[in-house]
Write a protein that binds this ligand. Structure first.
Ligand code: K1U
Ligand code: ZN
Length: 237
């Protein structure tokens, strides 16, 4: 999402002529959701009134590739340094994951071949986790669990994964850390690391199931593309 560039401290009056000012609405949401404001406040005129504003760090909702897009098979390269560009990518990925109602996302899914994954398996959706160069250094047990994938929309299948894992990675601050995971977190971490190696959960299914999923998604995409053409204004055809 192209988040607001501005935050206004004082909302414009709700008169009959007032129409929602999108950047303002987004900015309020951003502020509520805890997105950082820059310190440089200034003044702007909105609806003939002066408002205090401050810059907000902009974020972007990225496009998620869909199976069987061959770019999902690319292998991600290690992140050399967690710099500002890597942090921006992490933030954009989190934004994309939350907007898509996912619990994880790998950079490969947004066509960036870097070893970065983001997750939030909390019910409150307020515990983001960010991993650069994640590696599983310990795994114990093998259990089946239901999996979905934002790149394979609408399909949920059982896959066997390690029950407990320990992940080593660099955090958003570039510092190394280790985290033990089990339950949904363990499943999700393994699913996301697979993405970085060009692997999808459908690869654990039978050829027959994979084909069925691929055909359905290809058909859906065709229908969507035809609907877009039919709805396009005459001047655009
Ligand atoms: O990588 C992805 O595409 C995200 C994926 C992560 C994931 C979900 C479930 C098991 C393993 C990995 C999703 O977020 S799919 C959509 C979803 O929100 C979900 C699906 C099943 C259970 C819980 C959540
Ligand atoms: Zn996935």
């Amino acid at each position: 999402m192209a988040l607001a560039d501005w935050y206004t401290a004082d909302p414009p009056p709700k008169t009959g002529t007032y129409r929602p000012f999108l950047p303002f609405a987004n900015a309020l949401r951003a502020a509520k959701e805890g997105i950082k404001l820059s310190s440089g406040g200034t003044l702007a005129t909105i609806c003939s009134r002066k408002h205090e504003i401050a810059l907000i760090t902009s974020m972007t909702k990225l496009v998620i590739l869909e199976y069987p897009d061959p770019r999902l098979r690319n292998k991600a390269r290690p992140v050399a340094k967690v710099d500002a560009a890597a942090r921006q990518l992490m933030d954009d990925m989190l934004e994309t994951m939350y907007a898509s109602k996912g619990i994880g996302l790998a950079a490969i899914q947004v066509n960036v071949p870097q070893r970065i994954i983001v997750l939030d398996v909390s019910e409150s959706r307020d515990q983001p986790l960010v991993f650069a160069n994640p590696e599983i250094v310990k795994s114990v047990g093998l259990v089946p669990g239901e999996e979905g994938c934002l790149s394979v929309p609408g399909f949920y299948e059982k896959v066997k994964r390690a029950e407990h894992v320990v992940v080593r990675a660099l955090g958003r601050d570039g510092k190394p850390f280790e985290m033990a995971a089990d339950g949904l977190l363990a499943v999700c971490v393994q699913h996301e690391i697979d993405h970085l190696d060009g692997k999808l959960f459908v690869d654990y299914l039978s050829e027959l199931k994979r084909q069925l999923i691929r055909r359905r998604l290809e058909k859906d995409r065709k229908v969507r593309a035809e609907t877009r053409v039919n709805r396009a204004p005459v001047s655009a055809i």
